[in-house]
Design a protein around this ligand. Structure first.
Ligand code: ADP
Ligand code: MG
Length: 235
């Protein structure tokens, strides 16, 4: 079976000449459907750059990303943003909620932007799964950090994405709410059959994923479960 997402010979260079930064160097990874995969590595190792390129938010300098066999960067900007909106969800360290909208309005925003009618049953299952039922009419300012991140996760899942990309989602949270958010991410991933790519510099967080990919200086230095048929990685 085809991986849900794969990247081939990804390279990303910022700047040029003497000031060039090689953020990614020949990265090759296959992600299988339903997998929960952590990408870890020290600060500056290229984790966010990789996540942005895998999610079609940023272009590589060289190399390709395939979503179910389709070359992501062969799409035009408009097609790519539609694919992102319908198939991918993103969660970042900063919750990026609209402060003037209630929790529920924030959650529904991507569905409404896609001019679709919200699936009320699914949305209420989602808010229940994330423990947000009695917070739906609150503005973000009235919620704790952990609750705001759970709203951001519900928003990312509102369009029933196939893939969820999370970049240091627990980075702003204390240990306890971080643990909760992480457990919910894993649970939601499993329950909804979503493939999860989770960036973290925290080994403890990474260890809760089914697979850990380690980046060092822009290259994959370790992969706990390289997919069969994938490119062999040196370690
Ligand atoms: P990580 O998320 O692992 O901390 P990043 O992917 O953010 O690493 O960054 C990898 C490298 O690329 C770092 O050296 C960083 O300074 C550099 N970098 C990232 N984004 C940019 C940018 N927009 N312009 C220039 N350099 C960048
Ligand atoms: Mg980062």
């Amino acid at each position: 079976i085809m991986p849900i997402l794969e990247c081939r010979h990804l390279n990303k260079t910022y700047g040029r000449g003497e000031s060039a930064v090689h953020a990614l160097r020949d990265v090759n990874i296959n992600f299988e459907e339903g997998e929960i995969c952590a990408v870890r590595g020290p600060s500056g190792s290229g984790k966010s750059t990789l996540l942005h390129i895998l999610g079609g938010l940023e272009y590589p300098t060289a190399g390709k990303v395939f979503y179910r066999g389709e070359d992501l960067f062969a799409y035009n900007d408009n097609q790519l943003s539609i694919l992102r909106r319908r198939r991918f969800g993103f969660v970042f360290q900063a919750y990026n909620l609209v402060q003037e909208l209630t929790a529920l309005e924030n959650i529904l925003l991507p569905v409404l932007l896609d001019k679709k009618k919200p699936d009320e049953k699914y949305i209420s299952m989602l808010t229940e799964l994330l423990g947000l039922q009695d917070r739906l009419n609150h503005l973000p300012g009235a919620l704790s950090g952990g609750q705001q991140q759970r709203v951001a996760i519900a928003r990312a899942l509102a369009n029933r994405p196939a893939l969820l990309f999370a970049d240091e989602p627990t980075g702003n949270l204390d240990g306890k709410s971080g643990q909760e958010v992480l457990a919910l991410l894993r649970y939601a991933g499993r329950e909804l059959g979503i493939t999860l790519v989770l960036v973290t510099h925290d080994l403890h967080v990474a260890e809760q994923a089914g697979r850990i990919i380690t980046l060092e200086d822009g290259s994959v230095s370790q992969d706990s479960a390289p997919t069969k048929g994938g490119v062999e990685h040196e370690s």
